[in-house]
Write a protein that binds this ligand. Sequence first.
Ligand code: KG4
Ligand code: ZN
Length: 342
Amino acid sequence: MKILGIESSCDETGVALVEADTTGTPRLLAQALYSQIDMHQAYGGVVPELASRDHIRRVLPLTRQVMAEAGAALTDIDVVAYTRGPGLAGALLVGAGVACALAAALGRPVLGVHHLEGHLLSPFISADPPKFPFVALLVSGGHTQLMHVRDVGEYELLGETIDDAAGEAFDKSAKLMGLGYPGGPALARLAEFGDASTFALPRPLLHSGNLDFSFAGLKTAVRTQLMKLGNVCDQDRAHLAASTQQAIVDVLVRKSVAALEATGLKRIVVAGGVGANTQLREQLNAACKRRGARVHYPELALCTDNGAMIALAAAMRLQRGRAQPQADFSFSVAPRWDLAAA
Ligand code: KG4
Ligand code: ZN
């Protein structure tokens, strides 16, 4: 069974072709990605209308490229999967519309996929995939959640952010420091030249006794610190970047360990853009090693948004009979969509 996956929920157009037998881990045959980052950079963040229009321009050329690289014809596709949500409504509609049009033309069914399910299953495309059950730490630009994952489609929310997401905290702090968009990678690069112990920034809800997060206060603390410093020199900016990153990493590591303790599980999967952060990886690896737990990450290229994770999530659901592909093409998108209800 060959599944085409189309991702268009935010500022990346991703297309991929995955091959799945009735059991076993699906194989990635080819994937292609176009990032709109350069286009949005001038505005300091994603402009939804521009994102939608650019998805329209990219999605068919990327699909042709994927099919050529996989050495497959469009008629070889058995199911067309697309990101149904959550994300920007207009951007999602482009992927959904193209997926349904393509499926209708080919006489194949379609399947709408939850974007975060794609992220949390993405480590299965690796030489050493995780085993169920596991804890998942989902850290993207819009979400920060800890889930208890019993199997594909069996997700229990353990805790989540009550305000800003971890990625948002990176992005907003970076913007205040005058770094580019997206702020996470830029802030992480600058932090390499700073000392994380320079500024005492808050770690909200660190000792809350539950698995929820709160990051909104961090950007306020960063703003206050910048105002105190007045004319910020490059070294202070690097110190502030390092201190900000450490505040976010501290909370993510502490709560991840608490989730492992609460569930009694010894495996954690980290997914979403912030999962690319080197400090988070190093410190979470060390904390889990001390407790005899294993951390699984997607390959670096699959940490941020991509089509492979969408095709993979569709494939894994279909293998387990946990999804019914649609053949009526009356598609809808779900800009806000709870993963536990997917
Ligand atoms: O999962 P993702 O690609 O898109 C969403 O679904 O939101 O995550 C994007 C987020 C952004 O906030 C970006 O700044 C952050 O991931 N990010 C990072 C790093 N790479 C991406 N944050 C910290 N360190 C990084 N290396
Ligand atoms: Zn994402």
